[in-house]
Design a protein around this ligand. Structure first.
Ligand code: UN1
Length: 494
């Protein structure tokens, strides 16, 4: 099957005619299709179309824009199961997870739609008589959106829906590992009644994304992906003086204290570390265990993780799906080797899973390292796979020092039944998100999402905060005194 770019409401190939293939990671003989490998000329066309269509869109009342997004959320709801099937086939995670992914877009859509009737500005008193001060949000212009493959509907929706409600046009460059989901996104927006050209999809690789970042027509770039790529985009946007929001890597820690409910913590870490095969920016990749429960918990963890069923995500018995591609599988293998060389003790997994049907795809066994110390690379670097590094803490203070010993600061978690300790941890943990008695994954659409340190560049997606990315403030002073009034000069505040 041959799929295309979506520009100006039409399905078109790359100008060069070049394509790339996308396959099912659970069965690499199952070819999803070919997609355009777009170049700068395709990006240029899409951005120009977006700029033109965006003019009228920006003048469309925000409640009307929001209403179209509400329709889109309705369509995602109607097509939820069918889209989840496509997503599982395309990127592998089990059906219950892909249904959750679509649900996250539905939630985001319904929330963003209501912002069409808010997008609150603010009026404040003037320091001068007969004068009024107003401020309100304006669209930024055309948004260039670049996302990863692990949440191929949810994460694009976090950016696309608010960008549109705020009055921006969009050019979307999805991951080359989940292009079909992006085309479904375009179908949904078209059916919802979005005018032609306001939303466009340009497929391709890193050079396609770079052309979108570089294009003078894109006024804001929103990116989710690796810290390595994100920093390059951030640097380029700095040179171009372009607004830019980055959601990058994580090395999320979970602390289990000696007073924790261990069964609850066990369920949490299994879901946090091995859900989505550990391929989430929020995945639990470091487990910090208080010394008093360390050995017992490690034993419980190994027993439970052994029982996780690897398989094709379309099979309802599957707990853990495949790894997205061969390169990622090799990266995980590499880190397992690094961990062993560094002296960590491998207590579970550590290799590709190839029994029976698993040989058809890219599978990796749930993997656990213990005796991990903070200077080890497997404690510090994002692996993006089902690999959990376990470290031992002597005390609460030591656990906090360990969890904060990271260049990243996205998500975090602590299991404790001590209410004072829980509140201290909310304050002490350096991260954008902290869960108390829950794993590091499970963000909800209406709450700020993002991280500190090398995870982000100061922005938050989700809820109301995402509108700071996709709007600019306009400040207006209305003087109805009929004379020149000079701020700071005619009124002296002493
Ligand atoms: C991501 O991995 O990029 O909180 C996003 C979570 C999901 C979103 C993850 N709702 O794990």
């Amino acid at each position: 099957m041959e799929y295309f770019n979506y520009i100006n409401g039409e399905w078109v190939p790359a100008a060069s005619g070049k394509t790339f293939q996308n396959v099912n990671p659970a069965d690499t003989s199952d070819v999803i299709g070919s997609f355009p490998l777009s170049g700068p000329e395709d990006v240029d066309r899409a951005v120009k179309v977006a700029e033109e269509a965006g003019e009228e869109w920006a003048r469309t009342p925000a409640p009307i824009r929001g209403n179209i997004i509400r329709h889109a959320a309705d369509i995602f709801l109607r097509r939820k199961k069918e889209i989840a099937q496509v997503m599982t086939r395309e990127m592998g995670k089990p059906l219950f997870e892909t249904e959750g992914d679509v649900q996250e877009a539905i939630d985001t859509g319904y929330y963003a739609a209501t912002e069409g009737r808010r997008l609150f500005g603010m009026n404040t008193p003037s320091e001068l008589p007969d004068k009024m001060n107003l401020s309100f949000r304006m669209p930024v212009g055309t948004a260039g959106i670049i996302t990863a493959w692990n949440f191929p509907i949810a994460v694009p929706s976090w950016k696309i829906f608010p960008a549109l409600v705020a009055g921006n046009a969009v050019v979307f460059k999805p991951s080359e590992d989940s292009p079909l989901c992006a085309n479904l996104f375009a179908e949904v927006l078209e059916e919802a009644g979005l005018p032609k050209g306001v939303f466009n999809v340009v497929h391709g690789d890193g050079t396609t994304g770079a052309a979108l970042v570089d294009h003078p027509g894109t006024k804001v770039i929103a990116f989710t992906g690796s810290t390595e790529v994100g920093k390059k985009i951030g640097g380029r946007c700095g040179e171009l003086n372009k607004k830019c929001s980055l959601e990058m890597g994580g090395k999320n820690g979970m602390i289990v204290m000696e007073d924790a409910n261990l069964d609850l913590a066990l369920e949490g870490v299994l879901w946090g570390a091995f859900g989505t095969s550990g391929q989430r920016c929020t995945a639990t990749s470091r487990l910090i265990l208080h010394k008093d429960i360390h050995d017992q918990f490690v034993e419980m963890l190994i027993e439970a993780a052994k029982k996780l069923r690897l398989g094709n995500g379309l099979d309802p018995n599957t707990d853990v799906g495949p790894i997205i591609n061969e390169a990622q599988l090799r990266k995980i293998e590499y880190y397992v080797q690094v961990g062993q060389e560094e002296g960590a003790r491998l207590v579970l997994g550590g290799k590709r899973a190839t029994e029976g049907d698993l040989a058809k795809g890219w599978f990796f066994e749930p993997t656990i390292f213990v005796d991990v110390t903070p200077e080890m690379r497997i404690f510090q670097e994002e692996i993006f796979g089902p690999v959990l590094s376990v470290a031992k803490a002597e005390s609460y203070e030591h656990a906090i020092a360990l969890i904060n010993n990271s260049q990243y600061g996205l998500s975090s978690s602590i299991y404790t039944q001590d209410v004072n300790r829980a509140f201290r941890a909310m304050r002490d943990i350096e991260a954008g998100i902290t869960y108390i008695n829950g794993p590091t994954i499970g963000a909800e659409a209406h709450m700020p999402f993002g991280g500190i340190k090398n995870t982000g560049n100061g922005h938050r997606e989700g809820g109301w905060t995402v509108f700071d990315i996709f709007t600019e403030w306009k400040t207006v002073y209305v003087d109805f005194s009929g004379r020149l009034q000079r701020a700071q000069i005619d009124v002296e505040i002493t």
